[in-house]
Ligand binder design. Structure first.
Ligand code: F6R
Length: 369
């Protein structure tokens, strides 16, 4: 049932191009517009929304952080993202014009369920993004957009995360489409790019051998840091979470701009630091800043592992290890940038003799608060 792979996690990593394609299937029409009639929230209702709040836990929360960048950019609707476990305890401001998006692979996470119940009590509409048909979270939501990742067995989430991202992009683009924004042209281009992104994920998977080799060489390290900016920041957090749960290593993700406000004190000789470099084309200011961050940490002895777009030559001189990913629109980059980090964590866990599919102390669905 592992389809020839040693672990479910490896199988599920390999299934990502298909999971991404399946989640898009039937949702883009021949004219390149989105068709999300299944949402059961009318276009009129979506036009009334004046605030969006995303609630989720763990990896799904990282998808939510990326959703915020996409939603605010394409729709100009203010969007907050909050850990489901914190949400209802701080008396959040919610009303019928607030759309709450609950993201959950299992559909059974108690923290997320309690957050959505609280939101509905305040009169807000809840849209679930979920991978499990008929589970509690979609049943208790006003609307649902299913991710089509197929069953995810490994405790560490991989293909579900990529499909959560796809679903978040679809919601953001759809909101932009029904409300009409100044990004109308961009939205069309991105829908087209999204429809082709599964091939890019496949290409990343074809080039993972050097990443595995690098991971094995770091098996005796105690700490790995991850840095990113913009959507690269949640990707850094996700890379660190994967390493914690699978390799049982100290791993932390930072927004690269925060480095100088404290974490740079952690940098020491030969410390592995993974940096997610944004596309050099779209947001050049962002890219210049990450290049100087890489220089800063390298000057202090860090071993720099840089994830950068094909053709991005400016980072190369400062990278001890360079991991190439295909060029994508900035906001879609997490779909390709996360994949090497999954492979990296899985290989490190194996090298350290850990149980990949069943990490210690963890359960696949967390049904207690
Ligand atoms: C990490 C992981 C967890 C889950 C989190 C939410 O690899 O799997 O962090 O993402 O427990 O689970 P769902 O998405 O089922 O609500």
């Amino acid at each position: 049932e592992k389809g020839g792979y040693d672990y479910f996690m490896l199988k599920e990593i390999a299934e990502q191009p298909k999971a991404v394609a399946d989640t898009l299937l039937g949702r883009i029409d021949a004219s390149g517009s989105l068709r999300l009639d299944e949402l059961r929230i009318s276009a009129a209702e979506l036009r009334e929304v004046d605030k969006i709040v995303v609630v989720a836990c763990g990896t799904a929360f990282h998808a939510g952080m990326i959703a915020k960048y996409a939603i605010e950019h394409w729709t100009r609707i203010p969007c907050e993202v909050e850990l489901a476990s914190e949400f209802r305890y701080r008396d959040p401001i919610l009303d019928p014009r607030t759309l709450v998006i609950a993201i959950s692979q299992s559909g059974e996470t108690m923290d997320t369920l309690m957050a959505l119940r609280h939101a509905r009590e305040q009169g807000s509409k809840v849209l679930a993004i979920c991978n499990t048909n008929g589970s509690t979270i979609p049943r208790e939501s006003d609307a649902v957009l299913y991710t089509h990742a197929g069953p995810e067995v490994a405790v560490a989430s991989t293909k579900a995360f990529l499909t959560q991202l796809v679903a978040c992009y679809l919601v953001a683009l759809y909101l932009g489409q029904v409300r009409g924004t100044k990004w109308g042209d961009e939205i069309h281009v991105v829908i087209r790019d999204l429809s082709q992104i599964s091939r890019a994920v496949e290409r990343v998977l074809e080039t993972m051998e050097p990443v595995r080799k690098l991971a094995r060489s770091l098996a005796d390290k105690n700490t790995v840091l991850f840095l990113g900016r913009h959507v690269g920041y949640p990707v850094a957090l996700e890379g660190a979470l994967k390493l914690k749960e699978l390799a049982y290593m100290h791993a932390e993700g930072f927004a690269a701009g925060e480095l100088k406000h404290g974490p740079i004190a952690l940098i020491e000789e030969d410390l592995p630091v993974v940096v997610v470099a944004p596309s050099p084309r779209a947001r050049s200011v962002l890219h210049d800043k990450i290049v100087s961050n890489i220089q800063e940490i390298r000057a202090r002895g860090a071993r720099t592992i840089v994830i950068a777009e094909e053709g991005d030559e400016t980072v190369a001189p400062y990278a001890d290890h360079l991991i190439r990913i295909p060029a994508t629109p900035t906001l879609l980059q997490p779909l390709v940038a996360t994949v090497p980090l999954q492979v990296f964590a899985c290989e490190l866990a194996t090298a350290r003799g850990n149980e990949v599919d069943q990490p210690r102390n963890l359960a696949k669905s967390v049904t207690v608060e």
